[in-house]
Design a protein around this ligand. Structure first.
Ligand SMILES: Nc1ncnc2c1ncn2[C@@H]1O[C@H](COP(=O)(O)OP(=O)(O)OP(=O)(O)O)[C@@H](O)[C@H]1O
Ligand SMILES: [Mg+2]
Length: 500
């Protein structure tokens, strides 16, 4: 039967995944590949977007083959992506101007400092819902315009396009026809007014960014482009859903009402709480962000706690230190100890995000003794993921006035049951892992499928959510609080380290 599948592209920070979903929301075929991370200087992280594009289209072909279908059986495409990562390209040739500056990249910390000195922090916060941090795209665009001779003039002439990775993939899929982004991705740029729902002229001027560079902002669910047959296996298929990876995961987890929250354990961890049609301003270091916009419906908002390094700390044990062969080994290593024995790892490898916002924090391992082994480091890395999440949960309870009752978890690291149990223990609330862990791709598929009528509405989607595993908290409160207090002491030692 033709036209009975949705193809979702999940272009993440460390890897790209393409998944074919059927009408039940079941996975019929998928393909995944990691791609190259470039660290040209301490604190810098770059991606080669030509490599990303070549991998993406190759993985789409593989996923179609594995599902045993052809491109004409795809009713619509959904795209979800690593957010904030910033790319400029030449509209004429389609060539990137430079490697993409990844969200983890800290090179623009000093630009943020300058803007703060000028007293502009509140301007950015009130308009964008974000804090003035190197994390977001805006200062990365400014940096690129400042560091390439003649680029700002060319940008002013309309020769240069700015985009996040969703924009780039749509540009490539459409054969260079369509330059767009969706509301969720726009809300992460530090350039978009989340109340007026427009690019913010004042902030663009402050950063010296010509408006003609910017993509058109489109709904997260709605047909916004078509694939060029020359590029996409001879077919013109609608691109009908786009959302940043964390918003897509919120959608894939069925968190459609105010008060529902999920945490994704990937490269970093991102806890999002749906707040309905109202943007909630944080006093505790969280971000106000657009959850999605479905067609012309009112925009929905979320509060977000962004932790930069969680799963990436485990990757660093593997790739940086070489003390484990793969991520899953950490589980047995952690379980080989009865406690952390006082060893804490603050994985501020890309500074600290919410709720601390310290671009100059750096990683710290404290509490080492002669008895310390790789098992302690593995355990400390896993525990750090949970403590960081607890810091966010506390900030969220502070801002929303509602204590969290239950947390929906997803992402690669939920496979680790030590991690999930420790998370429930250290939060003191249950953690639920759904049947389909690929919630990011699923969310993108749901958005695309809603737009084309493949699925009827959110009730239908919500009914698909199935529990795989429930983790009940078991730790006594006194012990939990003691562990967490020590963690906070360790965090203090990591702060401001590179501030010289
Ligand atoms: N069993 C495990 N225990 C601990 N961590 C794990 C385990 N399996 C995977 N991880 C971590 O999870 C991360 C991968 O998760 P996921 O596949 O969700 O990431 P991703 O989607 O590539 O991330 P992103 O979208 O941020 O690129 C890696 O950082 C890895 O170290
Ligand atoms: Mg991901």
């Amino acid at each position: 039967m033709p036209q009975s599948y949705i193809l979702a592209i999940d272009q993440g920070t460390t890897g790209t995944r393409v998944i074919i979903f059927d009408h039940d929301g079941a996975i019929c075929g998928q393909a995944y590949a990691e791609f190259t991370q470039y660290y040209p200087q301490p604190g810098w992280v770059e991606h080669d977007t030509e490599e990303i594009w070549a991998a993406t289209i190759g993985l789409a072909a593989q996923a179609l083959a594995k599902a045993g279908i052809s491109a004409e059986d795809v009713q619509a495409i959904g795209i979800t992506n690593q957010r904030e990562t910033t790319l400029l390209w030449d509209r004429q040739t389609g060539q990137p101007i430079a490697p993409a500056i990844v969200w983890q990249d800290r090179r623009t910390a000093s630009i943020c400092d300058e803007l703060k000195t000028q007293g502009l922090e509140e301007d950015f916060r009130s308009r964008t819902g974000l804090v003035l941090d190197a994390y977001f795209s805006g200062t990365k665009v400014a940096w690129l315009l400042n560091h390439h001779a003649g680029l700002r003039a060319r940008a002013q002439n309309g020769e240069i396009a700015f985009g996040t990775i969703d924009s780039w993939l749509v540009w490539k899929l459409s054969g260079g026809q369509t330059h767009i982004t969706d509301y969720t991705n726009a809300s992460r740029t530090l350039l978009f007014n989340i109340h007026d729902l427009q690019w913010d002229a004042h902030l663009l001027e402050v950063l010296g960014i010509p408006p003609v560079m910017l993509p058109t902002v489109v709904p997260s669910a709605g047909i916004c482009a078509h694939t060029s047959p020359a590029v996409f296996f001879g077919q013109s298929i609608p691109v009908a859903g786009i959302a940043g990876d964390q918003q897509a995961a919120l959608f894939g987890q069925g968190c459609y009402e105010a008060g529902l929250a999920k945490n994704t354990y990937g490269t970093g961890s991102f806890l999002l709480l749906h707040t309905g049609q109202q943007p909630v301003t944080s006093k505790a270091g969280l971000l106000t962000t657009i959850a999605w916009r479905i067609g012309d419906d009112p925009v929905e908002y979320a509060l977000e706690g962004s932790v930069f390094v969680t799963g990436a700390a485990v990757q660093w044990l593997r790739d940086g230190l070489g003390i484990i062969g793969d991520a899953a080994e950490t589980e047995a290593l952690a379980r080989s100890l009865a406690s952390n024995e006082g060893v804490y790892f603050v994985p501020a490898l890309a500074g600290l995000g919410a709720p601390h916002w310290d671009a100059y924090a750096r990683g710290a391992i404290v509490g080492l003794t002669r008895g310390t082994t790789r098992a302690h480091l593995a355990r400390a890395a896993l525990e750090s993921i949970c403590y960081q999440t607890r810091d966010i949960v506390e900030a969220m309870a502070h801002d929303s006035g509602i204590p969290l009752k239950q947390l929906r978890a997803d992402g690669g690291a939920v496979a680790n049951s030590f991690l999930m149990q420790f998370q429930a223990d250290i939060l003191g609330v249950p953690v639920d892992v759904p049947e389909i862990n690929e919630t990011t791709a699923l969310g993108a598929a749901y958005l695309a499928g809603l737009a084309t009528g493949f699925w009827k509405g959110r009730e239908e989607l919500q009914s698909k959510w199935k529990l795989r595993h429930h983790y009940e908290p078991g730790m006594v409160a006194e012990h939990r609080e003691q562990l967490h207090r020590r963690w906070l002491r360790a965090v203090e030692r990591a702060k401001s380290w590179a501030d010289d």
